[in-house]
Write a protein that binds this ligand. Structure first.
Ligand SMILES: Cc1cc2nc3c(=O)[nH]c(=O)nc-3n(C[C@H](O)[C@H](O)[C@H](O)COP(=O)(O)OP(=O)(O)OC[C@H]3O[C@@H](n4cnc5c(N)ncnc54)[C@H](O)[C@@H]3O)c2cc1C
Length: 408
């Protein structure tokens, strides 16, 4: 190790949406924080801040409020006032309405690139945060006293030391791999095709989730009257879908979605993402914690991945700040984060995975069962309320940030 390697209280590996959120949450705290990110925020190849849009649950809004970032996020967000869930060709449907439930909105749609620019600006404003970018994690070692991180920056190898490494480096986490934490990966054999669609009718801030025999599709309200499409297709069909010309793509989409948004007029560029459920077998070790996709990658069917990740952020940030003069890398401190997050992570993972499996199946009793469940959720208010609280990120014991309260 270099003799005078720079020392940090906390090194966050990955400045994507979850890692940057943690850094912003801890901005202005008496902690020296380094964020190591491989790809510059404004680069077209940035994998977190790419062409996607993301549905932020109302619970994520509360966390941004607690971080003091909500006015900036609100300025780039389109509210979702209603959600309409349906099963194409069957009787089941469920509606959720923010006004009926007493919320200003059920969630918000934000373009990932806009969020990237916002985080970049915000991180630069904190004197306790150093963005080390572009730089790639190459190795790490952990001892009882501290952790050492080896990075490559501008072709040079550098060594840094820290009390705590936070792995926020996504689904293929190098932190996870280098620390020898195993994971399970269940391939859904599906891809999500995304594009921005201009519909013939005003979206009126309604988000549509439609289950079809060829996979679920979601159309979320965006700025300028556009909708953000996430269309799940079987892996063996994805090349065809990507190869269709725009006219064919819109016609096939219209066939599956129907006329609720009028005639679909225009589509933007398409991108495809392979889908799998990935779960790390451990989320903490002494001097190490995993958050966001490094800990759990979900199917985008219910728009829960980032929302779950930012709740990891809210809990970990609070545990770190409350550790005060104690060692923030100690297992006893990190255990609090792990225990706090287990229930929510299991609920959301099981809910998302269950939805994929139930709605990918065309066996008659299952189709009747899922449509009856949709109707039951629509008609029985306590069932609907419980589901909404979970998917909006408002269930269980909430960290301060998730209640919209600053960390201190
Ligand atoms: C099609 C689609 C739609 C989605 N829609 C929604 C939605 O509506 N709502 C929702 O909540 N979620 C949604 N998600 C999920 C959401 O995108 C992810 O949960 C979120 O991006 C996870 O963020 P992350 O920061 O944990 O990981 P990532 O976004 O993967 O970021 C990881 C970062 O780490 C960096 N990195 C990786 N390796 C290294 C290394 N060795 N050294 C340094 N840096 C490194 C990467 O460059 C990247 O910036 C969707 C996902 C998909 C695929």
């Amino acid at each position: 190790m270099e003799k005078n390697a720079p020392h940090y209280d906390l090194l966050i590996i990955g400045g994507g949406m979850v890692g940057a959120s943690l850094a912003c949450a801890l901005g202005n705290q008496p902690l020296r924080i380094g964020v190591i990110e491989a790809v510059p925020f404004r680069s077209s190849s940035q994998p977190s801040y790419d062409d996607r849009s993301i549905a932020l649950a109302y619970g994520a809004r509360k966390i941004f409020e607690g971080m003091g970032l909500w006015p900036q996020v609100k300025a780039i967000a389109t509210p979702i006032n209603k959600i309409h869930v349906s099963d194409r060709g069957h009787f089941g449907a469920m509606r959720m309405d923010a006004a009926h439930q007493g919320y200003p909105a059920l969630g918000y749609v934000v373009e990932n690139r806009d969020l990237g620019q916002l985080f970049a600006k915000q991180l630069a404003s904190f004197s306790n945060i150093e963005l080390i970018c572009p730089a790639q994690l190459k190795n790490l070692t952990i001892t009882a006293d501290d952790a050492t991180v080896v990075i490559e920056r501008d072709g040079e190898v550098e060594t840094l030391t820290t009390r705590l490494i936070v792995g926020a480096d996504g689904g293929r986490s190098a932190v996870r791999q280098l620390s020898g934490i195993s994971h399970t990966s269940d391939d859904y054999h599906q891809n999500a095709v995304i594009a921005n669609i201009t519909p013939g009718r005003d979206h009126q801030h309604v988000a549509y989730e439609r289950f079809t025999d060829s996979g679920p599709l979601a159309l979320l309200p965006m700025s300028d009257g556009r909708c953000s499409l996430v269309w799940t297709v079987d892996r063996d069909k994805v090349d065809d879908v990507m190869a269709w010309d725009d006219e064919t793509f819109l016609a096939r989409l219209q066939e599956r979605f129907g006329m609720r948004l009028g005639l679909l007029q225009k589509t933007g560029k398409r991108n495809a993402y392979p889908l799998a459920l990935v779960r790390a077998d451990e989320h903490i070790r002494p001097r190490l914690a995993l958050i966001g996709n490094a800990a759990h990658v979900l199917h985008p069917i219910a728009g829960q991945g980032f929302n779950l990740g930012i709740r990891d952020v809210a809990a970990l940030a609070q545990v770190i700040v409350e550790a005060k003069d104690n060692d923030i890398g100690a297992l006893s401190v990190l255990n609090q984060y792990d225990q706090w997050r287990k229930h929510d992570q299991a609920c959301v993972t099981n809910l998302t995975d269950g939805l994929v499996r139930i709605f990918s199946n065309q066996i008659a009793p299952l189709v009747i069962g899922r449509n009856s469940s949709l109707l039951a959720m629509d008609l029985i208010p306590p069932v609907k309320r419980a589901l909404m609280r979970q998917t909006m990120g408002l269930a269980g014991k909430l960290p301060r940030l998730a209640r919209g309260i600053p960390l201190q």
